[in-house]
Write a protein that binds this ligand. Structure first.
Ligand SMILES: NC(=O)c1ccc[n+]([C@@H]2O[C@H](COP(=O)([O-])OP(=O)(O)OC[C@H]3O[C@@H](n4cnc5c(N)ncnc54)[C@H](OP(=O)(O)O)[C@@H]3O)[C@@H](O)[C@H]2O)c1
Length: 297
């Protein structure tokens, strides 16, 4: 990790997090609240958001919580405006975390699902970052952190719209960085693998977590029947572990894309070198998931 830039968080720091009502966003809010920062949190479920806000306040943070659907341009911009009004025009860190997956083969993906994947995972990056950039540039300090996924770099089957959307998140941050050189503003994309949250259970269409679980179970039989190695899969992590990693990244922007799970980088490097080699390594899982998907049709 480079030590060029440090953003140590203190009582004056203002951090905005989207999708803070559960999972990684909620865990990150609680992790950062221990540093006494000011937090602006948004999500759609106000009851869950209020619980997170209450816990964060109990740990010493000043908290603004706001109901906002970030796929709605006006609501996304209103979240940033309220944050700036509440905390004296200052914003140090913006965490673009809100996201949602889906479960469908390419030929089964309804057009509305395709739109909604981009509406929640991609378009809010523009809605939220545009009003934040002038503020961070005038501060000559700021860090934009976007939560993509390992599937922002490689792919698993039966969620191509989500995979494409998370690739777009990686591309957005890469492009943004090229516009931010020597401005004092940093941008980092985080690529987690499996994290124990609600994400895999609330995917549009069917829960993709179930398809993965069935596919992994089938992949073991397929691997042993064919006498080939099992697919290299990363161990699931807790939201709290990933939140601690993101907090470290916020304080010391590394200047490279961040993989939270051991083995992710090697998998990405394999796919970049040869898609065919990646597919060969993943074959038992790809076939297992196909069996599981076809059985559910
Ligand atoms: N869990 C994993 O295995 C995994 C792996 C790689 C990447 N990720 C990414 O990590 C991020 C966080 O997901 P998670 O795992 O923590 O799952 P999660 O527990 O389902 O959290 C998703 C958060 O996003 C919010 N959200 C969803 N749609 C929203 C919208 N339209 N407007 C505002 N907020 C919205 C949800 O709040 P409301 O429903 O209350 O709005 C919730 O707070 C997502 O971008 C996800 O794609 C997750």
């Amino acid at each position: 990790m480079s030590n060029d830039v440090r953003y140590l968080l203190d009582r004056n720091s203002v951090v905005a997090i989207t999708g803070a009502s559960s999972g990684i966003g909620a865990a990150l809010a609680l992790e950062l609240s221990q540093r006494g920062v000011a937090l602006a949190l948004c999500a759609r479920r106000t009851d869950r958001l209020a619980e997170v806000a209450e816990h964060a306040r109990a740990r010493g943070a000043r908290v603004l919580e706001l109901q906002a659907d970030v796929s709605d341009h006006e609501q996304a911009v209103a979240f940033i405006e309220r944050t700036l009004e509440t905390f004296g025009g200052r914003l140090d860190v913006l965490v673009l975390n809100a996201g949602r997956g889906h479960c469908a083969a390419v030929e089964d993906t309804p057009t509305e699902q395709l739109y909604s994947m981009f509406a929640v995972n991609v378009f809010p990056l523009w809605y939220l970052v545009r009003p934040v950039l002038p503020v961070m540039k005038s501060q000559r300090r700021g860090h934009i952190v976007a939560i993509s996924s390992i599937v922002g770099k490689v792919a698993y089957p039966y969620n191509a719209a989500y995979v494409a959307a998370k690739h777009a998140v990686v591309g957005f941050i890469a492009a943004l960085r090229t516009e931010l050189v020597e401005t004092g503003v940093e941008a980092t994309v985080i690529c987690p693998s499996g994290v124990e949250t609600e994400w895999a259970h609330v995917t549009e269409g069917n829960p993709i977590g179930e398809l993965f679980a069935e596919g992994i179970a089938l992949s073991r039989t397929i691997a042993s029947e064919r006498g080939i190695p099992r697919a290299p899969l990363q161990r699931m992590k807790s939201a709290e572990d990933v939140a601690r990693q993101i907090a470290r990244v916020i304080e010391a922007p590394p200047g490279h894309d961040v993989y939270t799970h051991d083995g992710s980088y090697d998998l990405v490097a394999l796919a970049m070198k040869s898609r065919r080699d990646y597919e060969r390594a993943m074959l038992p899982l790809l076939l297992g998931m196909r069996q599981a998907y076809e059985a559910r049709r």
